[in-house]
Structures are given as structure tokens and as C-alpha cells.
Design a protein. Structure first.
Lengths: 374, 153
């Protein structure tokens, strides 16, 4: 089957969607499908013509065109995407997210007729308070099937566009099981946060939780792995809070190293203000680590409160500190939570489960179109 | 109903528009709201932008799509009202542009009433998690010694 995968950003950029996208398309190639990726150009794009595990990637300046508000820059992306559609003649178009690339897909729909599968990965924005007159609304309306990485995200989409209820499913992120990790060690307690250093991730709340925790657990440390525009602000905040000596900023770590890095941690903390269903939480569960996370959107689908970790109200640094303290102060409970987290991951977030689900959707949607054409 | 001699101009200081094949893309520069219209909507935009009177635009639509002029007028009035409401065009005075696009009168194109699609969430989408600007090496490739670039499974 020929599948055209369209996304905003793609490998080698790092983020939950980018990791998931690359994992999906390369695995689908391994299953015998022909995949072509179209993504927005970025400064980190590989050399011209570079492929990722048999996947051909074409990039156009979708983001730059939209951001600049210069329509003379639209031509390259629009004509380029039309050309790809006509040349590749996909059996199905898979939109990996709703973003600026989606606008170009909608504007080039006449170039080639194929069913569209839309994957929802993020929460609805405040500006998307109604389906009409938004890109999300139009994308939901135009998609033949909507797959969401989270039940909570899908609920929001259905609230926005009720007809989606009849043509949608929840298909969780999946990843191959990392090797069975050692149980979490708590002496000394090591907290790990991973993600882009942007306000939505709420790493400032993790820092603010530290002074209270440090009183009860003098050896406790926090590692923040990731890169982004908030780094200097977070470093300053650690200094202001008097916790700089127990905080390390590790910068970006490659996705391959994430399981090993998590295995060194006692627990993983996700204090996000906004999320869909974070890949980091899935990785933490697979790594057998207790998770303390903000109760936003799909987080409760990967964190079973009281069983695999704790959910706390978003933005509540005191609740965050109390929950971390409960885990750090009870090694037996921490080990039990780690075991349960891995069991939950195996049930819900397996790579084969994700691939089977998408493959089934691909075949069902493509067959429907072939039958209609016949 | 608008008078047949009513004409409009694109609010050029705040609005940019460009036609791509059968589609017009419009952006309100102040709000970063994008718009699109295809088929009859793109045609109507082009003719309105040229300063043609509404009556002429309706006749041209009717001719191109093989529909009654009255029907074209009703649909066109609704479309123009939306363009005005969005602040994309304004009533114009003076003569029409000399370089008016010729109208084919094949009358065999499938007609759908001109419709303006708005995308009001583009600015917020652009503000979502930015890419990582501080990476100083190609991600994922750095982990392998052999230079392969394979994502984790």
C-alpha cells in the first residue's frame, strides 16, 4: 500500500510527535508498505535526498510560508505537495498532526483523490472553541477517519465536531519494550524530567517543589533533560529558589538513550500545563518508573493514580511535592508502582499493537475507496 | 440585495491574496487569519478584486457555471457579505481595472455556491511547542557510531 504521511516537523527534530512519526513510518516500511513523508522544512533537515530507513522525505517551507504571511512563499509548498500527490498516487494520506502542513494538504486535495486519516496528538487550543472557521475544524470535517493518541483528546474533538464520533478511534502511542529495568533505587532519590524546555511542560513547577522536598530528603536531586528556549529562565529560577546545586540541566538526549537514562532515575515527573498524551510518560511506564504527573488531558490514560504513580492538579507545586514525597519516602511502594507501570505499558502501549491498529485502518480506508471507485 | 453597480476593492494594507490554480488564498495580515475559497469563490474573488461591478460578476459566474443569473446573484451577495464582515474587502469608487480577466463561458463546470473558509487558529498553532533551536548536531544520528540514522523502535 502506498501511504503519504504529512506532518509539520519530522526526524531529525525531536519531540513526541516527531519520535512517534519516525517510529511509525519506518515500521510500516518494514511491514512492506511504501511510505513517502512530506514535512515542513527545518534548519536541522538532512542533506538533500536523504532517506530514513527506506522512507523518502520531501520538505517544503510550510511553516515559513504561514508564519511570514507572505503568499508568494506559498507556491513552493503548494505546488510541491501537489506534485508529490500526483507522482506518488497514494492509496491513503495520513496526516500526522493538525498544523500548517494540514492547510497545504487541504488546499491541494484536488491534486489527487485518496482517503485521509488524521491523527490527533494534542489538546484543543483555546482559539478552537468551535469547529467552524478553524483549521482543526476543517481537518476534522475532511478526514475519513480520526485516530487519537488519547481518549481525552478524542473527547475534545468530538465535543468540537460531533460527527467525528462515528468515524474515530483511540490508537495509543506504541514503542518496543525496552529491556526489563532494575527496580527504582531511592538512595539517593533522583527525579527526572524530560521534554522540551517550553512553558507548557511546567518544569518550573518541578523546581518550585524542590525546596520543601529538600528538607525531608537532603540528598534528593532533579535532572532536567531537554533543550528549548526556557533553559536560561529555569536555570535562574533554580538559583533564586536556592536549589541550583541539586539540579542538573542535561540538555537534549537522543531517543535511544531515554530508556537507559530513565533506568537511572528513581521516578519521572511530568508537571505539564498542557499535553495530549506525552510520549515521555509512555517511556517512563515502559521503564518501570513511578510517575508523578499533572492531571491534564490524556495523562490519566498512562498514569493510574495510586497504582503506577500520582496525578496532581495542573499548576499545583505543593501537591507535586507531596506526591513526590510519598514515593521517595516509601521504597516498597515505589518499586510496586514501577512494576505496575510497566504492566500498564505492555497492555496499552506496545509497538505491535499500534502498528496493527494503523495497518488495519489503512487497509479499511483504502479498500473503501477502491470499492467506491469500482 | 447589493446594487448591480456596486464594486469593491481588497483592503490592500491589511489583506494579501493570491490565486493558485482553482483556489484563492487570503491572509489578514493583522490577525494572521487565513482564508481560502475554491471554484466559484476563487473566480468571484478574482473578478471582485479587479473592481468589476457585482452585476457583472454574477453574469460571469452564471456564464461560467451554466446557472441562472438570479441564483448567482443570491449566492454572490451572501459571499460578498461574508468578505465584508471579515474585513477583506471594502466598497470602492472609481472605474474598474482595465485588465479584467476574460471569462470563459463554457458553462460546463460543476457549480457550488462560493464559500469562504476561515482558519482562525493558525497563529496559535504557530505558537505551539517550537522546534528545538539549540540543537547543535543532527539528532538521532549522533548516537550511532556508524553514522546510521535509525529511530528507536
Amino acid at each position: 500500500m502506498r501511504i503519504l504521511f504529512i506532518g509539520d516537523f519530522f526526524w531529525p527534530l525531536i519531540g513526541g510527535i516527531e519520535v512517534w512519526s519516525a517510529r511509525l513510518v519506518t515500521s510500516m516500511v518494514a511491514r512492506g508498505h511504501e511510505i513517502r513523508v512530506v514535512a515542513s522544512r527545518s534548519e536541522l533537515q538532512p542533506a538533500e535526498g536523504e532517506r530514513l530507513d527506506g522512507v523518502s522525505i520531501e520538505r517544503f517551507d510550510f511553516r515559513g510560508a504561514v508564519e511570514s504571511r507572505r503568499l508568494d512563499r506559498f507556491g513552493e509548498g503548494l505546488e510541491g505537495l501537489k506534485r508529490v500527490k500526483r507522482d506518488f498516487r497514494p492509496d491513503l494520506v495520513h496526516l500526522g498532526t493538525v498544523g500548517w502542513s494540514t492547510l497545504f494538504h487541504l488546499l491541494s486535495r484536488d491534486a489527487w483523490s485518496a482517503p485521509t486519516l488524521l491523527t490527533l496528538t494534542q489538546q484543543r487550543l483555546a482559539s478552537q472553541d468551535r469547529a467552524a472557521d478553524t483549521l482543526l475544524g476543517r481537518a476534522l470535517g475532511a478526514a475519513d477517519w480520526v485516530s487519537s493518541v488519547s481518549a481525552a483528546v478524542l473527547e475534545e474533538a468530538i465535543e468540537l465536531s460531533p460527527p467525528v464520533a462515528g468515524r474515530s478511534s483511540v490508537d495509543y502511542w506504541g514503542m518496543e519494550a525496552p529491556p526489563e529495568p532494575a527496580p527504582p533505587a531511592l538512595d539517593p532519590p533522583r527525579i527526572l524530567c524530560i521534554g522540551r524546555l517550553v512553558p507548557a511542560k511546567g518544569f518550573d513547577l518541578a523546581l518550585r517543589a524542590l525546596p520543601a522536598l529538600a528538607v525531608a530528603h537532603p540528598a534528593l536531586s532533579l535532572a532536567i533533560a531537554g533543550a528549548g528556549p526556557e533553559r536560561s529562565r529555569l536555570e535562574s529560577l533554580a538559583g533564586e529558589l536556592g536549589v541550583a546545586e541539586r539540579v542538573s540541566f542535561e540538555g537534549w538526549i537522543s531517543p535511544e538513550r531515554v530508556p537507559a537514562r530513565m533506568a537511572e532515575a528513581s521516578l519521572v515527573v511530568l508537571p505539564s500545563r498542557q499535553e495530549g498524551l506525552p510520549v515521555v510518560a509512555v517511556e517512563a511506564a515502559w521503564s518501570g518508573r513511578p510517575i508523578v504527573a499533572a492531571d491534564v488531558s490524556g495523562m490519566r490514560e498512562v498514569v493510574a493514580h495510586g497504582l503506577t504513580g500520582f496525578l496532581v492538579p495542573a499548576g499545583d507545586q505543593d501537591a507535586l511535592a507531596r506526591s513526590i514525597d510519598q514515593i521517595v519516602g516509601d521504597p516498597a511502594r515505589a518499586r510496586g508502582m514501577g512494576r505496575e507501570a510497566r504492566r500498564l505499558a505492555a497492555r496499552r502501549f506496545s509497538l505491535s499493537g499500534m502498528l496493527d491498529a494503523y495497518e488495519s485502518l489503512y487497509e479499511r480506508l483504502a479498500r473503501r475507496t477502491m470499492d467506491a471507485r469500482a | 440585495m447589493l446594487g448591480p453597480d456596486a464594486r469593491f476593492s481588497v483592503r490592500g494594507e491589511e489583506v494579501a491574496a493570491k490565486v493558485f490554480d482553482d483556489e484563492v488564498v487570503v491572509v489578514h495580515l493583522g490577525t494572521c487569519t487565513y482564508y481560502s475559497a475554491s471554484g466559484s469563490g476563487a473566480d468571484a474573488w478574482t473578478w471582485i478584486e479587479e473592481g468589476r461591478p457585482i452585476g457583472d460578476v454574477a453574469v460571469a459566474l452564471a456564464s461560467r457555471y451554466g446557472i441562472e443569473v438570479e441564483r448567482a446573484r443570491v449566492d454572490l451577495d451572501r459571499y460578498v457579505a461574508r468578505l465584508l464582515e471579515e474585513g477583506l474587502i471594502a466598497p470602492a469608487n472609481g472605474e474598474a481595472s482595465a485588465a479584467a480577466t476574460p471569462v470563459s463561458s463554457a458553462g460546463d463546470r460543476e457549480y457550488a455556491a462560493p464559500e469562504l473558509h476561515a482558519y482562525r487558529d493558525m497563529a496559535d498553532l504557530l505558537a505551539l511547542d517550537p522546534p528545538l533551536p539549540e540543537l547543535d548536531r543532527p539528532a538521532w544520528r549522533a548516537a550511532g557510531d556508524d553514522g546510521t540514522s535509525v529511530p528507536p523502535r
